[in-house]
Ligand binder design. Structure first.
Ligand SMILES: Cc1cc2nc3c(=O)[nH]c(=O)nc-3n(C[C@H](O)[C@H](O)[C@H](O)COP(=O)(O)OP(=O)(O)OC[C@H]3O[C@@H](n4cnc5c(N)ncnc54)[C@H](O)[C@@H]3O)c2cc1C
Length: 469
């Protein structure tokens, strides 16, 4: 038996469940084969196996953002491909497909360098990067996908490709923001940034302050420099021992701050928010970048069930803020958590070379996560319906949930590469790859999961507090 065969798991075999399940259990796949890959050659072999058997391909790293269930598919588990190499002189990191941001932070921050990670270091770096990647330095440097230098990937023809802007400009354009629709990325090289410290943390305002906090926050963001990243989470905190006492059982507006300039400037910029009134908890302080995960303070490794959806907003005025509070605030009894993130700044600028990340015209994203109950999901969608006047009509690919299948729900890409030299043949390469594509991505229009049966969600709650020490 080859090493590869030992790492192929079929239904009913020991290890099958461990290999097929990720963190978010909203989409529990029942693949025909799960292949636990350790190298790019394993990934290529898995794609060829799928082609031979006429099966679709799915990819699972940490399982934070499952696509359509990979039922009957060959599911490639990249969780063992965790290599990370940092070159401090070139300010780059080479990251294998299964590495999480926490591992990249461990390697980069001792050199005073920061990656463009998101709110949760437990998220897989590659899944995040191919979906765009909106992080805590994004208003200053743009989407994480804007700072990918090159990739290794296996396309639907089973070939391992070294994808660079010079060698394969169209594929390079498409995969940075096109998720898994163009193949399985096995490793990626990204830029790192000289950001050793942040002025950051959370301001937790009590229920009675929520309406004025939301109005003031929307207005405050208009005056912020690009070094200031912020968001607000509206959520009822569970009454559990792991939750800090001041928040336990209470609704709070959690304003998150990540300022990458001088701490004294950060304190001055945050002052108008602190002046809004007393906080239940205030954790905003000067911190090493390595502590970036404490700002949103999200659960990390405990499985949960989340039916996510999001929408991009063009602007947020007082009426918009009031509408959000009326349906997601403390009086609403909403069965979901709602998160408003400030975009603009460098998010709005198309990088060179361009990529297919959309949503560059947005001022905010609004993400809502709820449970499986039909009524919860109806109320979540009602909120999005009421906010339509403020919406761009697009959504953040990375924040889409298992019910989102249609490509037209993504924000449209802002630019396409122009034809250059041998570009004609390169464009046809993408066409061939796409038409041969075996991806199970929810973003693939021929693989709608909307009507797929929702499997029983095992363990975990939407808002678990395992992360609180
Ligand atoms: C708590 C939490 C916080 C988050 N915070 C942010 C944030 O701040 N900013 C942000 O932009 N996003 C954020 N996300 C979304 C996250 O970036 C996406 O869900 C991302 O796809 C997760 O990747 P993963 O590998 O962890 O998850 P997985 O579920 O393992 O993978 C998700 C999908 O990514 C694609 N993918 C994964 N690996 C590969 C690969 N090797 N090649 C090609 N495609 C691949 C596939 O489509 C796969 O279905 C967050 C999600 C959660 C749950």
């Amino acid at each position: 038996m080859s090493v590869l065969t030992e790492r192929i798991f079929r239904p009913g075999q020991d290890g099958y469940d461990d290999e097929r399940l990720g963190i978010n259990r909203a989409a529990e796949s029942l693949p025909d084969h799960v292949l636990a890959a350790t190298t790019e050659h394993d990934v290529a072999a898995a794609v060829r196996l799928a082609a031979e058997r006429g099966r679709p391909v799915g990819v699972l790293a940490s399982g934070h953002g499952p696509s359509a269930p990979a039922d009957g598919a060959v599911l490639i588990n990249t969780g063992r491909m965790t290599g990370v190499r940092v070159d401090p002189r070139r300010r780059t990191a080479w990251i294998e497909a299964g590495a999480r941001w926490s591992r990249v932070l461990d390697h980069a921050t001792p050199h005073g360098l920061a990656p463009l990670n998101g709110s949760n270091p437990g998220v897989g770096a590659v899944g995040y990067l191919v979906g765009g990647g909106a992080g805590l330095l994004g208003r200053r440097y743009g989407f994480a996908a804007d700072h990918v230098r090159r990739l290794r990937m296996v396309t639907a023809d089973g070939c391992v490709r070294d994808v660079t802007p010079e060698r394969d400009p169209d594929l390079f354009w498409a995969v940075r923001g096109g998720k898994d629709n163009f193949g399985v990325v096995t490793a990626v090289e990204i830029d790192l940034f000289p950001v050793p410290r942040l002025y950051g943390g959370g301001l937790y305002f009590p229920a009675e302050a929520v309406p004025r906090v939301l109005r003031a926050y929307a207005e405050w963001t208009r005056r912020m420099p690009e070094e200031m990243a912020s968001s607000v989470l509206l959520a009822a905190n569970p009454d559990l021992p792991g939750v800090p006492e001041p928040l336990r059982g209470r609704f709070a507006a959690h304003v998150r701050i990540a300022y990458s300039g001088a701490p004294e400037d950060g304190a001055e910029l945050v002052r108008p928010l602190r002046d809004l009134g007393p906080r239940l908890l205030d954790t905003v302080r000067d911190m090493p970048y390595a502590e970036v995960g404490t700002i949103h303070h999200e659960p990390t490794d405990m499985p949960f069930v989340a039916y996510d959806r999001n929408v991009l907003l063009r602007r947020l005025d007082e009426d918009g803020a009031d509408t959000l509070v009326s349906l997601a605030g403390p009086q609403a009894g909403a069965p979901f958590i709602a998160e408003l993130r400030h975009f603009e700044g460098a998010y709005g600028r198309v990088p060179e070379p361009p990529n297919c990340v959309g949503g560059r015209d947005a001022a905010f994203s609004l993400f809502v996560g709820t449970d499986a109950a039909p009524e919860s999901r109806r109320r979540r969608d009602e909120l999005f319906g009421r906010l339509r006047p403020w919406s761009t009509g697009g959504a953040v690919l990375n924040f889409m949930g298992v019910e989102d299948t249609a490509l037209d729900r993504c924000a449209p890409p802002t630019s396409r590469p122009t034809s250059t030299g041998s570009g004609g043949s390169r464009r046809s390469t993408i066409r061939e790859i796409c038409s041969a594509s075996t991806s199970t991505s929810r973003r693939s229009p021929d693989r709608a999961s909307r009507d797929a049966p929702l499997r029983s969600a095992a363990g975990g709650a939407l808002l678990s507090w395992s992360a609180w020490e």
